[in-house]
Design a protein around this ligand. Sequence first.
Ligand code: TXA
Ligand code: MG
Length: 320
Amino acid sequence: MTARIGTELDEAVRRLRAGELVAIPTETVYGLAANALDERACLRIFEAKRRPAFDPLIVHVRSAEHAREFVRELPVDAERLMRAFWPGPLTLVLPKRELVPDIVTSGLDTVAVRAPAHPLTAQLLARLEFPLAAPSANLFGRMSPTRAEDVVEQLGDELEYVLDGGSCEVGVESTILGWEEGRCVLYRPGGTPLELLEPLIGPVRVASQHSEHAPRVAAAAPGMLAAHYAPRTPLVIEANAAHPLAAGEALLAFRHARPAHACEVLSATGDLREAASRLFAALRRLDRAGATRIVAELAPERGLGRAINDRLRRAAAAST
Ligand code: TXA
Ligand code: MG
């Protein structure tokens, strides 16, 4: 089986209704989608990605109203955020209702919900009677796909259809927020920068590097999730920018190209949005360049730079 790439909503609808997997475009990265209310379909997601069962899935919904069908409680701040940023790259972790299957939430009492902003996927959700559980459409621990072809390269044998929505505009995964004892916590920096969230809801506590996941999940898998988003070529974060690269080393530069075995510049003008949108595609090209290792410069630690640096640090952690 090799997945076909196409733009037919009818086919995606038919397959999803039949309990099959379909890869879908979102504004962040491509997702590997199934009917979130169908346990067997969701189990296929874990098998296809070779994803451990302790790592819960995001449930993609049409709207805030749709999300209410699956969450039990909605803090005022969550409502405010949905109004301001949905549809968009923001995932909210909230107390779940009974009808969300345990396999989706890895047995947690919370469910992650988000309304994606991609027009094709919005149309798809509007036609379906159920929400879509969808992790990024890559093998567990590997780089997220930002084009339909990237999905086929990693998961082509695991599904039949990839809904093609072009290159993902944002390029890094959604920001994930939750509430612990009434206080908002950032589990994963992503496409909606903290600088946009805090003016609306006040200071957000940043969960430690290692807990992209709810505390219970992180405790069950200590350290494991720090390593993620990895190319095959070993990746290191550049400690000293003045240091020349060794023979065979490729460079992921933020702004300025330098002599290297291969070099990718994320944004020549230093634009963090452009840099984020190019991150995974640039890493994929460097991964194919036959380098001994990839040396990555960090972006400025603000706005989308936080999400870019988070992914690079996790990729580096996976290489050690
Ligand atoms: O932009 C995105 O978020 C993309 C697109 C496809 O929507 N999806 C994505 O999914 O990045 P995934 O599965 O690669 O990452 C979602 C993360 C998981 O690592 C999981 O730890 C966290 O969301 N998550 C899901 N449910 C959770 C929950 N109930 N509590 C805490 N974390 C949760
Ligand atoms: Mg992922």
